[in-house]
Write a protein that binds this ligand. Structure first.
Ligand SMILES: C[S@@+](CC[C@H](N)C(=O)[O-])C[C@H]1O[C@@H](n2cnc3c(N)ncnc32)[C@H](O)[C@@H]1O
Length: 286
């Protein structure tokens, strides 16, 4: 099956279907375009490969309603679960979680409309709890692509541990370094807010290391947290390769996408993705 170009994927959700949408800033299109490109490339190459006898699976822990509406514009974009449903070669199963029931219902209805009803399960609830059920349902011998796309620091490291226990699970995680970690740093350092501790994991000694960091410029701090996170993914969960891309808004960096694969070759697909931006220009992230 041929790869679906990004504009065609957007055209499929162009008409108002009366269901709730997620309102997003224009920069969200960069994130969604990256995920779309990665899924198109990976599904094209991996579905049907003998080493993945159980097939290709998709997990979306913060799925949203399935369609995004760009603020102050008429542009509508497929949300991550619909991007997965439009993979060049279909996933064997798509698991989506959203804590908001309206989003979960809208997502389920939209997945049905694009023909994915029988190969999708949408859960309403906290993904940090539902992850156990999802990990149980992923068979041995599967290749799983998982998107972890919270609004802030809402995913616990233990959630990733559970998910990654399901075998070869490659991850794309939104790490809200600029607009959450740095903005609320005082509360995270004092321990009044525990979300950063939960996100970086109980065994991370980030506080001690932060105390040793000589330069607390925002760029340095963001790099510091990114290094801590990747180191823990590698040391504790056996991720072999990782890379990050910074997503910028009109006033500078907003957040970082952390890609991690259990196999060094996983990076090959990922690096192809940032070779061109959605206008066909080189170097989306340079
Ligand atoms: C940034 S949005 C996800 C956007 C989505 N990936 C897309 O492409 O449209 C985060 C979503 O996570 C949901 N959410 C927030 N906390 C959650 C939790 N603990 N578990 C599951 N979903 C959660 C929100 O309702 C929201 O729809």
């Amino acid at each position: 099956m041929a790869q679906v170009p990004w504009e065609e994927a957007c055209a499929r959700v162009r008409d108002d279907d009366g269901l709730p949408c997620r309102e997003v800033g224009a920069w969200s299109e960069d994130k969604l375009f990256v995920w779309h490109s990665y899924i198109q490339t990976t599904s094209t190459s991996m579905v049907g490969k003998p080493q993945w006898a159980a097939g290709l699976f998709y997990v979306d822990l913060f799925g949203g309603p399935g369609v995004c509406q760009v603020k102050n514009s008429t542009r509508r974009l497929p949300g991550s679960p619909l991007i997965a449903a439009m993979a060049a070669k279909p996933f064997k199963h798509i698991f989506v979680v959203d804590s908001d029931q309206r989003n979960a219902v809208a997502c389920e209805q939209r997945l049905a409309k694009v023909g994915a009803k029988d190969r999708a399960t949408v859960f309403t609830g906290d993904s940090n709890k539902i992850v156990n059920e999802i990990a149980r349902r992923i068979p041995k011998g599967a290749l799983t692509l998982a998107l972890v796309d919270p609004e802030g620091l809402d995913v616990d490291f233990e959630t990733l541990r559970t998910l990654s226990s399901a075998g070869r699970v490659d991850l794309l995680i939104l790490f809200a370094d600029a607009y959450d970690a740095l903005r609320n740093l005082d509360a995270f350092v004092s321990g009044d807010d525990k979300r950063l501790d939960r996100m970086l994991g109980a065994r991370s000694d980030w506080r001690k290391r932060l105390g040793e960091l000589p330069n607390w410029e925002p760029n340095n701090l963001r790099e510091f947290f990114s290094r801590q996170y990747i180191e823990t993914l590698k040391n504790e969960l056996g991720y072999a390769a990782a890379d990050t891309k910074i997503i910028r808004g009109p006033h500078g960096p907003l957040y970082r996408l952390v890609y991690a694969s259990k196999h060094p070759r996983g990076l090959d697909f990922w690096q192809k993705v940032d070779a061109r931006d959605r206008h066909g220009q080189k170097g989306l992230f340079s």
